[in-house]
Ligand binder design. Structure first.
Ligand code: NDP
Ligand code: 8X3
Length: 253
């Protein structure tokens, strides 16, 4: 029987690339994001290319009732979720703490931290019932070290790192693995969102060096998910070769 993976934030970037790599390996996919049109296009493409089944959930991970209802109503043969990738997330703004926008803080905390909790809490009972599973949280180099003007985004990713440790302890007796995959600079729509559609500013983030792609991180997630049942990669930090820390890059090399 083919395995099932549930990916949040599958309409773009790292999540979309995860959908591609797991579909190619024959997984059934449950894809979640707010932009239903994008999910539909992806569903049609992957079902045709790989002959697998895709179930789309047009959901905002911040909306607890809607998430719980959608997961509660999953058809019987979609209830065995082998892997959950908590990937939906965003940064908004790039400003010193005293100049930050509290509405942006709310959205980052609600999506990156509370959204991950809401989805996990809805999926864990299904994994427990099945006797196991694997939760892969997408952290960041921003969850390893803070950087100037990254304050609240970095704090949310530090929270994801800490929650991954706590979840691993709590879920240990249930055979549920918890892994943290933390990317460095990855060229997706991340910076376009952060800079509110300013494509030039977003492009500048990746100028002068080769950033990671969503596909690079999908490879890391796929590797982590493919470990044998008795082994778990607790944490994996994957960086562009030209990036040594959150702030140290070799540009123009
Ligand atoms: P993208 O902007 O390309 O993708 C973000 C995805 O998250 C989209 O599919 C978006 O879908 C989804 N999303 C955002 N908010 C919500 C929400 N409230 N409910 C459901 N889905 C949501 O960025 P990335 O692929 O780069 O980001 C994926 C993850 O990787 C994030 O957690 C990010 O913090 C992390 N990361 C990214 C790095 C980078 O340099 N790009 C580096 C380190 C970590 P939609 O808008 O359709 O809802
Ligand atoms: C995204 C990477 O360095 O912009 O998590 O925070 S960074």
């Amino acid at each position: 029987m083919s395995k099932t993976i549930f990916i949040t934030g599958a309409s773009s970037g790292i999540g979309e690339a995860c959908a591609e790599i797991f579909a190619a390996a024959g997984y059934q996919l449950i894809l979640c994001a707010r932009r239903q049109d994008r999910l539909e296009t992806l569903r049609r493409k992957l079902e045709k290319q790989h002959g697998i089944a895709v179930l789309n959930l047009a959901l905002d991970v911040r909306e607890g009732d809607a998430v719980r209802k959608a997961i509660g109503k999953l058809p019987f043969h979609w209830k065995r979720i082998d892997v959950l990738v908590n990937n939906a997330g965003l940064a908004l703004g790039f400003a010193p703490i005293d100049e930050g926008n509290p509405a942006d803080w709310d959205r980052m905390i609600d999506t990156n931290v509370k959204g991950l909790l809401i989805v996990s809490q809805a999926v864990i009972p299904l994994m427990k019932k099945a006797g196991g599973g694997h939760i892969i949280n997408i952290g960041s180099i921003a969850g390893v070290e803070a950087y100037p003007k990254g304050n609240v985004y970095c704090a949310t990713k530090h929270a994801v790192a800490s929650l991954s440790k706590g979840m691993r302890m709590d879920l240990l007796p249930h055979g549920i693995k918890v892994s943290l995959v933390s990317p460095g600079a990855t060229e997706t729509e991340f910076s376009v969102v952060r800079f509110r559609g300013d494509a030039q500013k977003a492009k500048d983030v990746y100028r002068g060096y080769q950033p990671l792609t969503g596909a690079d991180i999908a490879e890391a997630v796929f590797f982590v998910a493919g470990m044998p049942p008795h082994a778990n990669i607790n944490e994996m930090l994957t960086m562009p070769t030209a990036q040594a820390s959150a702030t140290v890059f070799h540009k123009g090399g």
